[in-house]
Design a protein around this ligand. Structure first.
Ligand code: PLP
Length: 464
C-alpha cells in the first residue's frame, strides 16, 4: 500500500474524505493486489447498463481488454521508430473503434445524400440514418425525445448556440451569469462575449485546494440579477467530478436555468439529463469515440422553443418570403445549412459500441486505472499532482520539479507516449494553483496498467 502525502500534490488532498487514500484498493473490486490485470474489464457493480450481451467471448467478467483494444486499429500503430503507441491524450480526443470507421464507410458507399429534402431512395436512407442517430443520442443521455437534441459541431459550438440563442435575449445591463473557475475556455469566452454585447457581468465560483467547487461560495453568487449558470461536469485540466446535480438544484431554487458542459463527463460516467434536471447539456462526439465535427446540445423543450436561432438559412425554415420567414420547430430550427450527416451517423455507431460494453463497466475500469495511475505517479520523486478531489475522472495532471511541462511531454513522446502538456485551454484554473501548465495524461477504458507503468518508468528516469 502506498500512502500519498501532501509532498506529492500542489494544493491539498481532500480532507473531508480522508484522502490521502491508500492505493491500490484493487482487492475491493475482486482484482489481485499489486497491480491491475490486463485481461479484462471488471464487472460493473450493478448490471444496470445492460451487461455484455454480445461480448465476443461471452465471458461473464467482460470483454478481454486485448480484444477491446483490437477494435481500435490505431492502438496498434507504431511511432518514434517502431515504438508501440501509448495513447494517454484521451481528454483531447479519443480513438475510434472499427465499428465507427466501418459505419462511415457504409454510409458513404450506400446512403450518402442530403437530408430532409429530395424525394429519392438515398435521401430517405440518409435521413433515416441521421434521425436514428439523433434518437440514439437522446436515449444515451436520458433525454425525453429526439426533438430535444440539436446536432452541432461540438461542445464549443453548442455553448455558443445556447449563449447567443437562449441567454442573450434574457440579458440587460447589470445582469449576471454564474460560471466556475474550473471551466474550459469554451465555457468562458462565449459568456465573456455576451457580457461585452449586453453589459451583463460574470460571477465565478471558486474551488478548494483539491480542485473541487466550493458549493457554499457558488450559492452565494446568486442574486435576483442572475440570469444563467454554466458549469462543467468534469474538469478537463484537473479531472474533478463536479456535483452538477447540486449546482443545478441551487440555480433552480433561484429560478435560474443552467448549462452543463459534458465534454469530459460523457465518456466516463453514465449521464441522465432528465434525472439531473439540466436545462441544457452539451458534448462533443470526438471525446466519445465518434468522429470530430459532430456533437449535440440537449435542451428542455420549452427552452428550445423560446430560443431564437443565431444561425439562419436553409433547412431550418418552414416558409420564406422576402418579407418574413417562418422557422421550423426545434431541433431543426437550430440546424441551418447542411449538417455533418455522416459523422452524426458515426456518433450513433459509437454509442451502440459503448452500450455493448456498458458505460458502467467502463466507468468502473477507468476508476481502477485512475487509482493505479495515482499510486504509480506519486511514487516519482519530485512529482506533484494537481487536482486531487475525492471524485475524479480520467485525468492525472502533474508537474515535475526541475523540468518544464513541454520537456516532459517531448520526453514521453519520444517513447511513443502521447500526453498533453500545456494549459489545456483552462488557464484560470491552472493559475489558481500558481501554474501556467501541467502534463496531463488522460485515461480511456482501452488503456492498460502496463501503459501506466511505462509512463511512470519514463518519469522515474527523468526524475532520477
Ligand atoms: N469543455 C471541456 C470541458 C473540454 O474539455 C473541451 C475540450 O477539450 C471543450 C469544452 C471543447 O470541446 P470541443 O473542442 O470539442 O468543442
Amino acid at each position: 500500500m502506498t500512502t500519498i502525502t501532501n509532498n506529492n500534490v500542489i494544493g491539498a488532498w481532500d480532507a473531508e474524505h480522508a484522502l490521502p487514500f491508500e492505493v491500490p484498493t484493487l482487492e475491493a473490486v475482486g482484482l489481485p493486489a499489486g497491480g491491475l490485470p490486463s485481461g479484462g474489464l471488471p464487472s460493473a457493480p450493478t448490471d444496470a447498463a445492460g451487461g455484455l450481451p454480445s461480448a465476443p467471448t461471452g465471458a461473464a467478467g467482460g470483454w478481454p481488454l486485448s480484444q477491446l483494444r483490437a477494435e481500435f486499429p490505431i492502438l496498434s500503430e507504431r511511432v518514434e521508430g517502431g515504438k508501440p503507441l501509448v495513447w494517454l491524450d484521451n481528454a483531447a480526443t479519443t480513438q475510434k473503434p472499427r465499428a465507427v470507421i466501418e459505419r462511415l464507410q457504409e454510409y458513404y458507399e450506400h446512403e450518402n445524400s442530403n437530408v430532409h429534402r429530395g424525394a429519392h431512395t438515398l435521401a430517405a436512407r440518409a435521413t433515416d440514418a441521421y434521425e436514428e442517430a439523433r434518437g440514439k443520442v437522446a436515449a444515451f443521455i436520458g433525454a425525453p425525445s429526439a426533438d430535444n437534441i440539436v446536432f452541432v459541431r461540438g461542445t464549443t459550438e453548442g455553448i455558443n448556440l445556447v449563449a447567443q440563442s437562449f441567454v442573450k435575449p434574457l440579458l440587460s445591463p447589470g445582469d449576471e451569469i454564474v460560471l466556475t473557475i474550473l471551466e474550459h475556455h469554451a465555457n468562458i469566452v462565449p459568456w465573456q462575449v455576451l457580457t461585452q454585447e449586453t453589459g451583463a457581468v460574470l460571477r465565478v465560483a471558486p474551488v478548494d485546494d483539491t480542485g473541487q467547487i466550493l458549493v457554499d461560495e457558488y450559492r452565494r453568487l446568486f442574486s435576483p440579477r442572475t440570469k444563467f449558470a454554466s458549469f462543467t461536469q468534469v474538469s478537463n485540466a484537473l479531472g474533478t467530478v463536479v456535483p452538477v446535480e447540486e449546482l443545478i438544484a441551487i440555480a433552480h431554487a433561484f429560478g435560474v436555468p443552467t448549462l452543463v458542459d459534458g465534454a469530459q463527463s460523457i465518456p466516463h460516467t453514465p449521464v441522465n439529463v432528465t434525472a439531473l434536471d439540466a436545462d441544457f447539456f452539451v458534448f462533443s462526439g470526438h471525446k466519445l469515440y465518434a468522429p470530430t465535427g459532430i456533437g449535440a446540445v440537449y435542451g428542455k423543450r420549452e427552452h428550445l422553443e423560446a430560443a431564437v436561432p443565431y444561425q439562419t438559412g436553409g433547412n431550418m425554415i418552414k416558409d420564406v418570403t422576402f418579407e418574413r420567414t417562418v422557422y421550423q420547430d426545434p431541433p431543426q430550427k437550430f440546424e441551418a445549412g447542411t449538417g455533418n450527416i455522416a459523422d452524426a451517423v458515426g456518433l450513433g455507431a459509437a454509442i451502440d459500441f459503448l452500450e455493448q460494453i456498458g458505460i458502467a463497466h467502463i466507468a468502473a475500469w477507468e476508476q481502477e486505472l485512475l487509482r493505479y495511475g495515482t499510486a504509480e505517479l506519486t511514487k516519482v520523486p519530485g512529482l506533484h499532482l494537481v487536482g486531487t478531489a475525492h471524485h475524479k475522472a480520467s485525468v492525472l495532471s502533474f508537474v515535475l520539479d526541475g523540468h518544464s511541462v513541454e520537456e516532459i511531454g517531448q520526453a514521453l513522446s519520444r517513447e511513443g507516449i502521447a500526453v498533453r502538456a500545456g494549459h489545456h485551454c483552462a488557464q484560470p484554473i491552472l493559475r489558481r494553483f500558481g501554474l501556467e501548465g501541467t502534463v496531463r495524461p488522460s485515461l480511456a477504458f482501452y488503456n492498460t496498467p502496463e501503459e501506466i507503468e511505462q509512463l511512470a518508468q519514463v518519469l522515474h528516469r527523468l526524475a532520477g
